[in-house]
Ligand binder design. Structure first.
Ligand code: PRX
Length: 699
């Protein structure tokens, strides 16, 4: 790649990488030049109805054409797309390919065990999905009903999603790393009556007791009348409670391998997916059928530049939005081959990803910066032995990728000839919204570059809400005008949808992220402004907190290894422990995971020593949320920093936890003031020394 230079607003000049011409035998990219991109982008934002009307007809198969392309706006929160059209997502992802090309491989399953993999054709997917859809119908699931899915990364997890879509049921996938409490809360909120799960899961050589966990959750979900259990391990000790529990293999074998697709209205819900928000209560982000499917299909086609014969490998879990859009709906709707990967990047060793790429001749590969950083640390020798020549595109998602990790991905994995696509998006946007296009966009390590078609990005002044026009600006990331895959509501709580996304800045969708637009118009996403990511946003946070406290609890969202977590959710897990009086949770920068969780806890009374208590409180968080929310540190402290009105001053906790202030600073009030800011509102200034000493004790 040739290297030029460009300026970023806040740093030294950074290298710019220009796309290579395709190698002989490689396909010509769908968007081969910046002139193509600019022309299409221009039309997509100035004439969205023309652009998306055409795209929807080109990329999706409709049962009935739509009457109008778009309706509604961000002011009123009444967005709809492809009005009165009828479409079925499963038909688009399965039938239309299976009918033409039943022997084409739809799914490659790479099991946790290294030597275990399986290819499944579109024809087989159609039969399996149909059988399961018939089972759902037999047990009373109908259009509009919510079905919970709590599955390991097996092809049957994909079948479960598609079987729901086929009959118009709304799936709610709960990541298999979530605890029983988290599963229970999500099933109750969505009013699920049926759960699809497995006996056990396998991950990195470990066995996950999915059915046991599900049973614990189900004890408090009396409305769930049927539980379909897939046998992943066939372990005979797994509990099974008929008539509520039914075996997947027994039931599906009795069903016909065809089930007609239910034509769905464009705006009928396709799925909901819970994500952490400002309060301890997760929100069920709701996506509708046509708009979401078009967003997933178009972004996968253009950003992973899919062509006939391509194998797309997204390493996410189907329990997150990345898995929904880029393992299931996007690749399958395009008729591509998608990889379902059950294991982890370091099992049995750090060459696992590259073995997978080599073995299955993967053409586009998609993972998170946390995984890239971890593998980089383990050394190039795990990458070198493999033939990675099939790769054309390497994607990154979930958090800002630091330039060092980007460069390693580019040079060592991509062998300096693959396009790197740093893709920015969210559960709520349904599909990627800021990204390079592999055939044309010059890239800068660390920047997600430019908006995708139809996404009119605005940078707003956090205080005034005024749009910051031109280049070289920093503010909050917002989107003007709706686009097809944007979430339509929060399930059963439209007021919260309005409060969180559409009311903070009237007329815009508010992403919750900070962003800079550099001198070239490139976007650099800075991370959540409702968390701790960037000190630049201290005042922004204060502003947003002030703005939103009138309606909801203070925002505090952190991003740990690409997983969005709410500090309030972790706090409520901690205070359920009998010894914990109060808890305050903050995110601190971490080299590997981007941010890490630090918990400050005060005690009621306890006979236990701090080490035992820390272990118990850590276990408490793992049990209530899931192992992926494991705190990095628990700090037992005599007190928390509060204002006179009793509000916890998290700013102080973040700085103390991040070791930005240390014991020596206690000698000098002036330094303390510079480092911690104004402390005059603190009810008890002595608490600062207590906190710093508590952190020092733990080191
Ligand atoms: O802060 C941004 C970060 O992840 C958040 C969305 O999290 P979630 O809904 O769980 O979806 C993750 C996968 C799409 C965003 O608000 N984020 C995501 N991608 C990037 C990113 N931050 C910087 N660069 C990215 N490429």
């Amino acid at each position: 790649m040739s290297i030029g230079s460009a300026n970023e607003t806040t740093a030294d000049p950074v290298p710019m990488f220009h796309p290579h011409a395709p190698r002989p035998g490689d396909p010509v990219p769908h968007i081969p030049s910046m002139a193509h991109y600019r022309a299409m982008y221009e039309e997509s934002v100035t004439k969205p109805d023309v652009f998306f009307g055409k795209l929807a007809q080109d990329l999706l198969s409709w049962h009935k054409p739509f009457n109008q392309v778009s309706h509604g706006n961000f002011h009123e929160g009444n967005i709809s797309w492809f009005v009165d059209g009828q479409v079925n997502a499963c038909y688009n992802c399965v039938d239309r390919h299976a009918l033409v090309n039943p022997n084409k491989v739809a799914i490659i399953w790479e099991a946790d065990e290294m030597d275990h993999h399986r290819s499944i054709t579109y024809g087989e997917v159609l039969a399996e999905v149909s059988r399961l859809a018939n089972v759902l119908l037999k047990y009373g699931v109908r259009r509009g009903h919510a079905v919970a899915i709590y599955m390991p990364m097996v092809p049957e997890a994909v079948y479960a999603m598609l079987a729901c879509a086929r009959i118009g049921a709304v799936h709610s996938v709960v990541f298999a790393g979530f605890s029983a409490d988290a599963l229970r809360d999500r099933m109750l909120d969505a009013k699920c009556r049926l759960l699809i799960t497995a006996d056990q899961g396998k991950r990195g050589g470990k066995t996950i007791q999915l059915k046991n966990i599900a049973d614990e959750a189900l004890a408090e979900c009396p409305a769930v009348h049927t539980v379909i259990v897939f046998q992943r391990t066939n372990d005979k000790s797994v509990p099974f409670h008929p008539p509520r529990d039914i075996w997947w293999h027994e039931e599906t074998s009795n069903q016909r391998p065809y089930c007609p697709c239910t034509p769905m209205n464009s705006e009928d819900p396709l799925f909901m997916l819970y994500t952490s928000g400002s309060t301890g209560k997760p929100k069920g982000v709701l996506h509708t059928t046509a708009g979401y499917l078009l967003g997933a299909t178009a972004t996968t086609k253009y950003i992973f530049d899919l062509h006939e014969g391509d194998v797309h490998a997204c390493m996410a879990d189907v329990g997150w939005i990345t898995g929904h859009s880029y393992i299931v709906y996007g690749p399958l709707s395009n008729g591509a081959t998608t990889v379902v990967f059950e294991s982890i990047p370091t099992y049995p060793n750090a060459g696992r990803y590259w073995d997978l790429v080599d073995k299955h001749k993967v053409t586009s590969f998609y993972t998170a910066p946390t995984a890239i950083r971890a593998l980089r640390r383990l050394g190039d020798d795990f990458v070198k032995p493999y033939d990675l020549s099939s790769l054309r595109i390497l994607g990154s998602v979930g958090e800002p990728i630091n330039p060092d990790a980007w460069m390693w991905y580019h040079a060592i994995v991509g062998r300096s000839r693959c396009a790197i696509v740093d893709t920015y998006w969210q559960t709520e946007t349904g599909s990627i919204i800021i990204t390079p296009l592999p055939g044309c966009t010059p890239t800068k390590p660390g920047s997600a570059t430019l908006p995708f078609f139809g996404v009119d990005v605005a940078v707003l002044d956090p205080q005034t809400g005024e749009e910051l026009k031109g280049n070289g600006v920093t503010g909050v990331l917002a989107v003007r005008n709706s686009f097809p895959s944007i979430a339509r509501t929060i399930y059963d709580n439209h007021a919260r949808y309005m409060d969180t996304y559409l009311l903070p800045y009237k007329g815009f969708y508010f992403s919750g992220d900070g962003v800079s637009r550099d001198e070239d118009g490139y976007y650099w996403v800075r991370g959540r402004v409702d968390g701790t990511f960037h000190s630049l946003f201290e005042s922004t946070q204060d502003y947003i907190v002030r703005l939103l406290t009138s309606r909801s609890a203070p925002l505090d969202v952190i991003n740990v290894a690409g997983h969005r977590l709410s500090t309030a959710e972790i706090e409520s897990a901690l205070i359920k422990h009998p010894a914990c009086a109060e808890a305050a949770v903050v995110g601190v920068p971490d080299d590997l995971t981007g941010q890490a969780i630090v918990c400050f806890c005060t005690l009621k009374s306890s006979d236990l020593d701090n080490k035992t208590l820390s272990a118990a409180l850590t276990a408490q968080v793992r049990a209530h949320i899931g192992p992926f929310a494991t705190p990095k540190r628990i700090i037992i402290t005599p007190d928390l920093p509060k204002t006179r009105s009793g509000k916890i001053m998290r700013r102080i906790l973040r700085k103390v936890a991040g070791r930005e202030v240390v014991q020596e600073d206690l000698q000098d009030d002036a330094i303390l003031k510079i480092k911690l800011g104004d402390l005059s509102t603190l009810a008890d200034p002595a608490v600062v020394a207590l906190l710093i000493n508590s952190v020092a004790d733990r080191l």
